[in-house]
Ligand binder design. Sequence first.
Ligand SMILES: Cc1cc2nc3c(=O)[nH]c(=O)nc-3n(C[C@H](O)[C@H](O)[C@H](O)COP(=O)(O)OP(=O)(O)OC[C@H]3O[C@@H](n4cnc5c(N)ncnc54)[C@H](O)[C@@H]3O)c2cc1C
Length: 455
Amino acid sequence: MDLTSPLPPRTPHDLIGVGLGPFNLSLAALADAVPGLRTLFLDAKPEFRWHPGLMVDGARMQVPFLADLVSLVDPTSPWSFLAYLRAHDRLFPFYFAEQSHLTRREYEHYCRWAAERLPNCRFASPVRAVSWDARTRLFQVSLPGGRTVPARNVVLGVGTAPVVPAAFTALHTAGSVHHAEEYLGVRHSLSGASDVTVVGSGQSGAEIFLDLLRRRGDAPGPQLRWITRSQALAPMEYSKLGLEHFTPDYTRYFHGLPEGVRERLVPAQWQLYKAASADTLAEIHAALYDRTLGGAPADAVILPGTEIEAARPGPCGGLELHCRHLQTGSAHTVRTDATILATGYSARRPALLDPLADLVDWDQQGRYRVDLDHRVGLRPDVTAGLYVQNAELHTHGVGTPDLGLGAHRAATILNAVAGRTIHRLPARTAWTTFGVPRQSSAWSEASALALTPEP
Ligand SMILES: Cc1cc2nc3c(=O)[nH]c(=O)nc-3n(C[C@H](O)[C@H](O)[C@H](O)COP(=O)(O)OP(=O)(O)OC[C@H]3O[C@@H](n4cnc5c(N)ncnc54)[C@H](O)[C@@H]3O)c2cc1C
């Protein structure tokens, strides 16, 4: 649907979602057909797309297919991945494929299938602003053409913005370096380069380095370089119990920690959410092994523990990257023709919130204060609810961008908006006890006995 299709004009919606990435799409799916609940989800794009700049051939999801829009809350939903497979008569092929980690292409196709059919989703609908109308006690959501739609609650699912390190800001603005999110759009322009540098060792950096290696194959091609500040190319934590950091139990525990502890914890947990998968690292190794058959040169350099302190245009074209090796302190300069920054994403405060800026209770670093229901702290007189998805790393921890927690978070928001349990959520989701164990009476008795001195 687009903006030309009629919006129900003035009747307030219970919930309007801004942005239709996987997280608000999950909320739209879980809210679909809930009796008495009026919801509407708007996205600026003409149709559902999922990170098109990084849709490299064969790239796979990092979560199993059960992390779809709904299944971890309601596996009986008509919007599950299995329902999508049934709609396309692909259940048997999927069953025999035994691939629980979908290709990103198939995940995007599944999400688009849902987005095109959900009656509460509209594309080509950029939200310009959200403001508070004290008279009606409603939010007003502004669309192009001066149209506004009133809502009792708004949930922002506008995604994150690419991070460009300070050393590269001017060059990125000038178009001399590109962020990973633009990779497929600029890949053809790299074919003439004799030296290409990838910066950053997360999953995107690993996938781009691997794609460049594979495209070069055994033929002569550009010298490839992979630079990362991380001390080692350590793989993403994927042990069964380690993955329990991506449960609602851990999120609740993290939310209850003092702010200072949370601030220290998130960067220390980089291997949980920022590293590359062991499979991709193994594929890179295999590609290098194949290329060097019979002692042929790898024409590839991997530089961990290396900070790029400055980047400038080179005297004969290309760029000069001024690097420092963090353990030895030695400086060196790299000359390269093209640079791709796989330097991640972070939450942003969208301009559409400007009219609400004075009503939000920002923390000292200008971020939202977000409660356990994902509701943003507002001035007490603003009775409508503002919720966020994927902007609460600082309050909810490493699971914030994880698709495996998306359905649970969406259901939590929906239950809060409705003021009743629309979707029942499990009381316990991990075997690990995060924090201090609660003393059961049996435990207390046993330990009391153990501690009682003998007469
Ligand atoms: C390449 C890549 C692969 C990933 N793979 C995985 C994975 O396998 N597993 C995992 O757990 N996580 C993964 N992630 C992390 C993350 O969960 C995804 O990035 C996910 O897309 C985040 O969803 P989102 O809904 O927050 O935002 P997005 O997918 O970024 O969507 C935000 C939407 O908001 C819209 N929007 C923004 N502003 C407005 C506005 N003013 N009006 C209307 N619409 C607006 C945009 O058009 C966009 O469609 C991956 C990330 C990347 C970059």
